[in-house]
Ligand binder design. Structure first.
Ligand SMILES: [Zn+2]
Length: 352
């Protein structure tokens, strides 16, 4: 009698565990909306995704930039082969991280997406780094609420008259020390926009301190760190990456280049990336790691757009090195497929 009871109890436990497992499986496959420049798709259709690249960047400054600075046809002709090359490596989706007043052109991105077959996401938000050279005048005068209202409008009604909606919020803060009042305001505006729209906050942040300060601001505003991407986290320490990753924040290692890159840690980009990704994996944080090139782009001030860095080094050089170091197909899919779905899927993520 007792034996039978124990058996059914154990069976019930196994059944319960099995049920738990299938629920978890379901959770992983959950679809969220993703907003591309050609419309909404489910996150399951993102496939291989480069989360931080550029098509065009105009460095002239907020006061002088505008669509008059480049010819869309000329830019298209220059950029299209690079997008097609990325497509040839299996890239299905690309996040174009150029913010407004720095060369964001939704019409151009729409055209490039249609012609290359790559799903492209654009953004809303302002770029504060480089002494606020790329911030419009009104960003200084308006409150966080007023700025958020502008960004929320772009998500609801489209950017200007393009009909294109942003798929994420891109902001940037300057320096390695405490955040300036203006940059704190930008972070609060991003948090308000997130709570209203569910768009993920992608924040150009080149040091530990400003990264940790942003997590604090978000916490005060009830926004979960899982709605925040530490863009350019390669400039931060492993320790801070682990701290922020454990809180749920996304660790964006986004400057991979075959040519030695000055990432402030190591001259050899391949070794540095393999080592850092291994360390994060050993800390159980592979499910928080995002990788990309921060490559491109057409520069309107240079002849035919100037030098163009390709979007394919990860596939040609980093992935083979990772495989050699024991990373499986599933590990690589984690960083290039599953993490982007989870990171950029549109839904409000609160601390409650
Ligand atoms: Zn960038």
């Amino acid at each position: 009698m007792m034996k039978t009871f124990l058996c059914s109890f154990i069976l019930a436990l196994i059944g319960f565990a099995g049920c738990q497992q299938s629920n978890e499986g379901k959770k992983e496959a959950e679809d969220y909306p993703i907003m591309t420049v050609t419309g909404e798709i489910p996150s399951s259709e993102m496939d291989t995704t480069l989360i931080h690249e550029h098509v065009l960047v105009d460095w002239i400054g907020a006061d002088s930039t505008g669509y008059h600075r480049w010819e869309r046809d000329e830019v298209t002709e220059r950029v299209l082969p690079f997008l097609r090359e990325a497509g040839g490596q299996g890239v299905q989706t690309m996040l174009e991280c150029t913010p407004a007043y720095l060369g964001r052109d939704p019409g151009l991105l729409q055209k490039l997406s249609e012609q290359s077959g790559i799903q492209i996401l654009t953004n809303t938000g302002y770029y504060g780094a480089v002494d606020n050279k790329f911030m419009p005048r009104h960003a200084r005068q308006e409150s966080a609420e007023e700025l958020a209202a502008r960004w929320i409008d772009e998500f609801r009604y489209g950017i200007e008259d393009s009909g294109v909606k942003p798929g994420f919020i891109k902001i940037s803060v300057g320096g390695e020390g405490p955040l300036s009042d203006l940059h704190q305001k930008i972070v609060r505006a991003a948090a308000l926009t997130h709570l209203e729209t569910g768009l993920t906050i992608v924040s150009h942040t080149t040091g530990d301190k400003p990264a940790l300060s942003q997590i604090e601001i978000l916490k005060d505003m009830g926004v979960s760190p899982s709605a925040w991407v530490w863009t350019h986290s390669q400039a931060g320490t492993l320790q801070s990456q682990i701290e922020i990753g454990r809180k749920g924040g996304w660790i964006s290692l986004d400057n991979f280049s075959y040519a030695p890159a000055d990432n402030g840690n190591n001259d050899d980009s391949i070794n540095w990336f393999v080592e850092r990704i291994s360390e994060l994996d050993e800390s159980g944080l592979l499910n928080r790691v995002l990788i990309s090139h921060d490559a491109g782009y057409y520069n309107p001030d240079e002849e035919n757009g100037g030098d163009f860095r390709t979007y394919t080094d990860i596939f040609e050089y980093l992935l083979p090195a990772l495989r050699k170091n024991g990373f499986t197909k599933s590990d690589i899919d984690q960083m290039l497929v599953r993490n982007p779905r989870e990171a950029y899927g549109i839904r409000a993520r609160t601390t409650q």
